[in-house]
Design a protein around this ligand. Sequence first.
Ligand code: MSP
Length: 694
Amino acid sequence: MADANPFYITTPIYYVNDVPHIGHAYTTIAADVLARYRRLRGREVFFLTGLDEHGQKVQQAAAKAGIDPQAHCDKLAPQFQTLWQRLNISNDAFIRTTDLEHKSIVQRYLRELYDKNLIYKDSYTGWYCTFDERFWTEKDVESGLCPDCKRPVEQLSEHNYFFKMGQYQDRLIEHIMTHPDFIRPESRRNEVLGFLQTQKLGDLSISRPKSRLSWGIELPFDNDYVTYVWFDALVNYMSALEYLPHGKPIGNRFWPANVHLVGKDILTTHAVYWSTMLMALNLPLPETIFAHGWWTVDGEKMSKSRGNVVDPNQMVEQFGADAFRYFLLREVPFGQDGDFSERAMARRVNSDLANGIGNLLSRTLTMIERSYGGTLPNVSKDYLNGEAAEGKYPLLVHAKNSLLTLGDQLDYSFRDFEFNNLLLHITSRVSDVDTFIDQHKPWNLAKDQSKREELSAVLYTAAECLRILSLYLYPVMPNAAKSIVEQLGLTVDFESPLLKEKVKWGEVQSGAKIRKAGALFPRVEVATSDSIGLGIKEKATVKKTDLSGEGAKLVTESSIPSQPTAVAPIPTGTPLPTPPAAASVASPQITIDEFMKIQLKTAKVLSAERVPKSEKLIKLQVSLGAEQRQIVAGIGKKYEPDALVGKTIVIVANLKPAKLMGVESQGMVLAAGDADVRGLLTVLEEVDPGTKVK
Ligand code: MSP
């Protein structure tokens, strides 16, 4: 194995103090997508994830469970491993910091630094936070609370060993300045740089007296102490290369790592502690440390005490692994915070996946089935060379070219960790192919024998576009990609470097038998006893039916009667060649009485401002004539707040107030669009605010 172009990507190693949650799944999925993409591009990938099994948090969790810490870790580790299998995580190795090999490598590093005089013993007095396992200085602590977790701190004085971190301050600043990709996104890089340029970097306490914490790796030069959990944990990125996978060292050709993916809360430990440790060990620094944002849940911080911790296993059961992977990466730009809700997830699945790629596959296969008995039609050589098509079918050539140039665009998005843009590019190509089909109206061509050649060209093109789309979708949705090619009757080996060379046109095989299966992404319904869903906590469930019929492009609508949301999507859609029976199944009819329960009113926007830390939410103060309301609307991607002031809009006036990202919303604005807002509803004539709309 002498590939000159290795790619090493890591996730943080997760504490085994509890079962995995959405935050763990998020980083691991993102890393998996990058690993899969780089493999498709022909790189030799080493993708590492694992568990951080030492330290106070784990010791406390074990004590609470009344078991020995190792037994506790052994019990929890499979929960992570099983989840990674369910989520289709393709890690090459799984490290546990209680592995004997890891422990001895940590001790070797400690010894090396000690022998080099880079570790010394000293006494230290400071404010200690047991939860974060760290000391704070006087000026960090406010009202006796930890500045990080806001728990009470206690004054502690003890002897400890210190790593001479402070002496690397200037070198680290220099490194960050000369390596713009070292810390990403840029805002985080500036934060770290700002801190290093304005504050003195102290030395790092890297030990804990055994009397206080016994669950750790013993210092090789003083057996009264164990090493600080971060010193142990960070070394995993190097130690794994020495003994994993399966005891086979893979050598140092993978170091430095290309990407350490981490959450924003653990950027300092990586960018500062780890970097200076590496400098002290004379090892090169990783190419990129990327810090992503955090998920809140239904606008609230996720926590056990709130009971809103999202279990990824349940999401896989409810929506499928691919849909969950898609949602996490599509919903918010990687690097920014996002809000998770089952409703938002259901909406994405329906609008982007069921109505998008799923429907495109289904309608293409249905037409091939009806017009060609399920065999992919023949197209002429001229067509494949693009010559005949050029003059005759310009739309077809457009569809083809737009897919053939997609690869370069996507490559930029992958390099820049812009997963949401990446998926936006792909879904917009899906709609291009849909539009191309609609424009050629193959259901009409099928009725006219003289149009046979055009019909073959259109259906062949649709199938070929689907094949190419599957290659690009594979890193994010491996199951769906495999299913697309299988249903097209193709055999594609996704383990091979399919994107090493530029994608070629014409690899769908004429004459292949399609194998139509069930819906790629079944639409998601919301089970609720109240069909208009006011004030009812809904659960999204998957409806296992394939709703798309011949030639049908489903109306893109939200079939989810919802709790107060930021914006109510109004059904929008393209005219249907054949109205799908499915559309009515997807949105159940309501009676006039039910409709009359909804009070719609005009409202005048008095002021508008963005909700901090949200790309989408805008807080509006609106007048309903006699009263004033505050409404939070998810229209921030479409509108600048200033553009809304003075406008007369339409709102749902009798919606129970709800909090969005902690801000109260007393109603909901109406807008056209699906997951993405296209336009706010307004009225043609000048009317007073507070006028009833019916
Ligand atoms: N064990 C350390 C990491 C050591 S790496 C050498 C650790 N573990 S952790 O289990 O507490 O957290 C792991 C990751 O989960 C962090 O990257 C953290 O940012 C991420 N998340 C925890 N909650 C999260 C959200 N609510 N949203 C997104 N990610 C979050 O820290």
